[in-house]
Design a binder for this molecule. Structure first.
Ligand code: HGY
Ligand code: MN
Ligand code: MN
Length: 438
């Protein structure tokens, strides 16, 4: 048994088949997946996930925000479970791997342990966090943020989508407003497997990213208010054109990110003209900004620069411009013991790897606030994600799942005092080196 424990590998074909099987829930003609959170297709994939977990002997619970927890019992059920997982919701232009790999690799890990007849000391758990993407309801990663105590469940349930439907109503519509209070369930450690969604591993030819940090993010909602007027009769100097103002704001955001580079990024992902008409000068536009960087000081400097540029554009063009920060997450340092467990599992498998900072946000970033946490990345082709062309290989997905398997077993079997609520010796988050390792 000892050897079996240390030579464990997942069934890569079964994992790959599972990924392809679930892609039919919201599958698009381009080969991607359009599965907005709490949509009917999300409801169907949740049902599929629940049935697959129960078939694997897991006990599935649902909390009041719809997050699914699939528990695998351990020898000592007094210990908090060592968990993995990610999200099954996608962007409207989503791919087959973002989030999905982390949840289905968790299921594969449980199936593999069952096949090998292995029971861990602490229980294990796979989690499907509700609404990681933040596309339909803001903010992103809302359910894991509520689990970490950053929002109340009631606040999250009151958030509304563009059609005015609340999270609570959407949960009820698919039958996933569960009975369990959010945050009530202890987690001893959390490991999230995810595609990198960036170009580094693919370009460098490494199989695994040992993720020890995640960059910070700030989301803004903005409005530009000018004056609707006739497209044919309003002389250019007399216009208060909200669209021309918005164009300058988009270019200013791009310029501010470049000026604060090389890591800083800024994106205007949404822009909506109120009452659009081809022969009316736009007077009212709502827009969003997504700003990110690994350093909090840079994020703060970017916000100040953006506000200064926006004030200048508004004054020069006689436009009223608002910019409200609706969500932010400071940069995260993952827990060194869990990072070390990922690195040890990766080395044990002889996989080429490097330390990495995550450019994308993940549920792990919230969970790290209260639970020892780290992440595992695998390459995706050309770093493409949030696009139907998102693609990863069976080999890389299998390697990532093998690292996840061995990391979870090592953490679940780690010696610890009965009173320890987390993996032995794990204390507060501390800075860790992010220098690329071999
Ligand atoms: O936006 C993000 O970083 C995540 O992919 N939802
Ligand atoms: Mn994701
Ligand atoms: Mn995503």
């Amino acid at each position: 048994m000892h050897d079996a424990r240390h030579n464990l590998k997942v069934d890569g074909s079964r994992l790959w088949a599972t990924i392809q099987e679930t892609a039919r829930f919201g599958g698009t003609p381009e080969g991607g997946v359009d599965r907005l959170t709490l949509s009917a297709t999300d409801g169907r994939v949740r049902d599929w996930f629940r049935d697959a977990c129960e078939a694997a002997g897991l006990e599935v619970a649902v909390d009041e925000l719809g997050t699914q927890f699939a528990l695998r019992r351990g020898r000592d059920m007094s210990l908090p479970p060592v968990a993995c997982g990610s999200h099954l919701d996608t962007q409207p232009t989503g791919g087959r791997f973002d989030g999905i790999l982390g949840v289905l690799a968790g299921l594969e890990v449980m199936r593999t342990l069952d096949d090998a007849g292995i029971e861990t000391q602490a229980p294990l758990m796979v989690v499907n966090w509700t609404n990681e993407e933040g596309s339909r309801f803001a903010p992103a990663t809302m359910a894991s943020a509520a689990y970490a105590g950053l929002f109340t469940a009631a606040d999250i349930q009151s958030r509304r989508d563009a059609a005015g439907i609340s999270v609570g109503e959407a949960l009820d519509a698919i039958g996933y407003r569960g009975p369990e209070p959010t945050g009530a369930r202890a987690i001893g450690a959390f490991v999230e497997l995810h595609i990198e969604q960036g170009p580094i591993l693919d370009a460098e030819g490494e199989s695994i990213g040992v993720v020890d940090r995640c960059q910070g993010v700030a989301w803004y909602d903005g409005t530009v208010t000018g004056f609707e007027s006739h497209a044919g009769t309003t002389p250019m100097p007399r216009r208060r054109d909200a669209m021309a103002g918005l164009a300058e704001i988009a270019l200013a955001a791009e310029a501010v990110a470049i000026a604060h580079g090389p890591a800083a990024v800024a994106t205007m992902g949404e822009a909506t003209i109120a009452a659009p008409s081809r022969n009316v000068v736009p007077g009212r536009i709502a827009f969003t900004l997504d700003v990110r960087d690994p350093g909090q000081a840079t994020l703060d400097a970017m916000e100040a620069a953006l506000r200064e540029r926006i004030a200048e554009i508004g004054a020069r063009r006689t436009l009223a411009i608002t910019l409200d920060k609706i969500w932010s997450r400071a940069p995260v340092v993952f827990h060194p013991e869990v990072v070390a467990a990922v690195e040890a599992a990766t080395r044990g498998l002889g996989l080429a790897h490097r330390r990495m900072v995550s450019g994308a946000q993940h549920d792990a970033c919230n969970i790290a606030d209260t639970v020892p946490t780290a992440m595992i990345f695998v390459p995706c082709k050309d770093g493409i994600s949030h696009n139907p062309a998102e693609s990863a290989t069976q080999e890389d997905c299998t390697a990532g799942a093998d690292v996840l398997l061995r990391t979870l077993v090592a953490l679940a079997d780690a010696p610890r005092s009965q009173s320890a609520s987390t993996v032995s010796g794990i204390g507060a988050n501390t800075q860790s080196s992010a220098e690329p390792s071999s």
